[in-house]
Write a protein that binds this ligand. Structure first.
Ligand code: SF4
Length: 289
């Protein structure tokens, strides 16, 4: 079994078997992201991937979930993904779901039939980094996708029967762009209706370009109070008609919240307001900050 470089996965894939089918990220342009800056993008050979799967099968008695890494494994051609998924099904008949990272453009390039086939072959959840619902913010951070494309990608994936988990970054527009970012992100979730919406808090590391803008003072991070207020404004602007699991449980967030919208929205807003007015204990990641 061979892992190349640092490997990232969503929090909900913590107990999944991670298989790298691509290395790095095919776009690698987002100014806030340092994850794959030093890892040139490439597609791994199928023979090597199959060897990894076989070694894992021999070593691990039970595998409930598999996550296909790296940054946007959905960039692979559908035929190639199908061959990998068929091998997974043959080797791990007990596996209940396969998860994958996808960029909006990866999804848009696939036909509805491609996505339905991937669902049939085991893909049950796609993690899509939306980051913001504001075209201004998306352009500034060089996301490589517009608001309309992100909405199209989420809807197309959900329509194919694959759940989407869309992530947004609190603080991505700094204090000046906070209101636009929050309102637009909330309304994007309302329009696209992903099965899961998750918030992270901006934390940029070298060599991400935004890290150097923060160090030089060109970009200002939100304070804890501003981050909570932005989170509240995002939540206030989410009006979904089907269940959407809303979470702020990523380690980068100051306050961990979780519930299902729309029914839990009043409770989540109350929890946020209480934290803003009465204070709260910082999570381990933020102790000492
Ligand atoms: S945020 Fe996602 S799409 Fe952007 S560079 Fe990082 S891995 Fe690639």
């Amino acid at each position: 079994m061979h892992y190349y470089g640092d490997v990232y996965r969503p929090p909900s894939e913590a107990y999944s078997l991670i298989i790298q089918v691509t290395l790095g990220c095919s776009s690698n342009t987002c100014t806030f992201c340092s994850m794959y800056r030093n890892k040139p993008f490439r597609i791994r050979g199928e023979a090597e991937i199959f060897r990894d799967l076989e070694e894992c099968r021999a070593a691990i008695p039970r595998v409930d979930r598999i996550f296909l890494a790296d940054g946007d494994a959905l960039v692979l051609k559908t035929e190639s993904l199908v061959r990998i998924l068929d091998r997974i099904a043959a080797l791990f008949p007990e596996c209940e779901r396969v998860g994958i990272y996808a960029t909006p453009k990866d999804v848009i390039r696939k036909s509805p039939e491609d996505l339905e086939l991937l669902r049939e072959k085991g893909v049950r959840i796609a993690y899509i980094g939306a980051e913001s619902g504001s075209d201004t913010v998306l352009r500034d951070v060089q996301k490589g996708a517009t608001r309309a494309e992100i909405i199209e990608a989420i809807r197309k994936t959900e329509d194919a029967g694959i759940a989407t988990s869309a992530t947004f970054i609190v603080g991505l527009a700094g204090p000046e762009g906070s209101e636009d970012h929050a309102r637009a992100s909330g309304s994007l979730i309302s329009e696209a209706e992903p099965s899961y919406a998750a918030l992270l808090t901006l934390h940029s590391e070298p060599p991400a370009p935004l890290y150097y803008d923060i160090q030089s003072g060109k970009f200002r991070r939100l304070t804890v109070a501003q981050s909570l207020a932005e989170t509240r404004l995002i939540l206030e602007n989410i009006n979904v008609t089907k269940d959407c699991v809303f979470r702020t449980n990523h380690a980068s967030n100051y306050l961990a919240l979780g519930g299902t919208l729309p029914q839990d929205k009043p409770r989540l807003l109350r929890q946020l307001l209480r934290a803003e007015t009465e204070g709260f204990a910082p999570r381990p990641y933020h102790r000492g900050l």
